[in-house]
Design a protein around this ligand. Sequence first.
Ligand code: T4K
Length: 394
Amino acid sequence: MPIKVIRDKFDLAINGAPPAFAEPLHVGRPNLGNHEAFLQRAAQVLDSKWLTNNGPIVQELERRIADHLGVKHCIAMCNGTVALEIAIRALGLTGEVIVPSWTFIATAHALHWQGITPVFADIDPATHNLDPDAVRRMITPRTSGIIGVHLWGRPAPIDALQAVADEHGLKLMFDAAHAFGCTYRGQTIGRFGACEVLSFHATKVFNTFEGGAAVTDDDDLAETMRLMRNFGFVGYDNVIHPGTKGKMPEINAAMGLVNLDALPGFVEANRHNYETYAAALAGIDGLRLLDYDPATNPNYQYVVVEVDSGRDGKRRDDLVAALHAENVLVRKYFWPGCHGMLPYRELFPHAGLLLEHSVAIANRVAILPTGVSLGTDDIETIAAVCRACMSDGA
Ligand code: T4K
């Protein structure tokens, strides 16, 4: 609950007033389903003495997720990053793979970690997703694939990316870490490209503490990923494929089943928060809330604002500092973009020259808190901080 009213810049903590919130408000506060149901599931895990290795609860979660997404196979993993690594390897990607720079670092690292060069393509500034023409420009004889990202849960331009991939004989997969339950042209994300990868990290709309999954309609690819997730074992003593350890433990799957039941409530809370933000932030000069297309069934897990800033992002950084002073721990995801982080900054020092829109967006964006624990009063206070900061300059 906010503990002060903000009328103008003199009420801002950054100017010496007390902070609006006694406790920090975080982006990514976990959404938790029914505690009692989880404790019952946890007892089931303990009683069964089956803690991991493709146990019955993991298998139940996999079936539930596959049904939920309308996809044939769900291969649950220990996190989204390992799921990306396994999917990349199972697809046989090599050489160079085109990805956005404007994404979480895991998308690029999952390639680099396996000796594949992530080649960064620019985005469409209106959607924050890969621009298919920019992708086309980055193709070389070494390119083996494209990883599209459905950033903020907004579907990437799937058909156009598939057309580029088909034209050039490239493999296409998607990092769908943000897009659980979202749709593209009426179909749930999860069935596009060769496979799609989900994250069930604590901060995601649907979480399993830590976790992730690869989902696909391709039987052979699914089988390969299942093998890779478990060192390549088939039964006892029989390893038939190179692999790693990507298994999801039973307790995580138990959390997933409970949270899946609660998911409609989480999304509804996020949608309500988003609409409250939209009303409260309306008319603030120099600040724009990134919209979602209701036709894509958004999960509204990221509340993204763009601040009119110069090339250095100072105005956005001033707003972030003002909100932090109020105990609102907004984030600058994914500033400065993967190309601006190590090792890519040193490997490709000039990459930014081809990433005009990614660089500009990185200097404009701030992510505001949302989730079930946020109240309408909290949102109105956060908006009042934004208004005071943007109109007067803090
Ligand atoms: N691809 C994309 C596009 C992704 O966004 C991600 C992950 C991946 C792939 C990889 O999936 P995973 O391997 O992670 O499954 C966070 C998450 O760690 C990461 O999962 C997520 N994307 C990324 C967007 O955000 P951080 O470094 O910002 O997380 P952290 O720990 O600072 O948490 C954010 C805030 O949430 C904290 O300020 C406090 C709050 N929080 C966090 C945790 C973990 C809680 O209140 N409780 C918690 O348990 O990266």
